[in-house]
Write a protein that binds this ligand. Structure first.
Ligand code: CO
Length: 134
C-alpha cells in the first residue's frame, strides 16, 4: 500500500527567511512561493531529486498550521507525506483497522493537485501523516 516518500513538510514563521537559508546556506533548489488560500498556507518546494521538502507559512487568519507554530515558534517538522496508488482503498483499509483519518474522510486536492488525506498523529508515533495519490 505504501509507496515512496513524497515530501517532508516543515512549518516556519518566516517563509522568506527559511527559503533564503535553504537556498544560500544549503545550496538547495528552492521554488518561488506559492499561495494556497484553500489550504491556509504559502509554500515553497525544495527539490531534492529523490524527494521534496516543503516549507509552510500560515496564510490568512484560520491557518491549519497556526496552532502548531504557537507551540513551536521557531518552526518544526509538521508532517510527512507518503505516496499511495489508490487513496480510497488505503483509507478504507486504515479505517477498518481502527486508524483515524482526519476531517470528513474524503480526499481533498493537495498542493500538487493530487488527492490527499491526513492521518491522526497519535496513530503514527506522534507524526502527522499525509497520504497522496500519485
Ligand atoms: Co504535505
Amino acid at each position: 500500500m505504501l509507496g515512496r516518500l513524497n515530501h517532508v513538510a516543515i512549518a516556519v514563521p518566516d517563509l522568506a527567511a527559511a527559503a533564503a537559508r535553504y537556498r544560500d546556506l544549503l545550496g538547495a533548489d528552492v521554488s518561488p512561493p506559492l499561495a494556497l488560500p484553500d489550504h491556509g498556507v504559502t509554500v515553497v518546494f525544495i527539490d531534492l531529486g529523490n524527494s521534496k521538502v516543503e516549507l509552510l507559512e500560515p496564510l490568512g487568519g484560520n491557518s491549519p498550521i497556526a496552532a502548531f507554530l504557537e507551540r513551536n515558534p521557531t518552526g518544526g517538522m509538521h508532517h510527512i507525506c507518503y505516496e499511495v496508488d489508490d487513496i480510497r482503498a488505503a483509507r478504507d483499509r486504515l479505517l477498518a483497522s481502527g486508524a483515524r483519518v482526519l476531517g470528513d474522510g474524503e480526499p481533498k486536492t493537495g498542493a500538487h493537485g493530487n488527492p490527499v488525506l491526513f492521518l491522526h498523529p497519535k496513530d503514527f508515533s506522534g507524526t502527522l501523516v499525509e497520504l497522496e495519490q500519485v
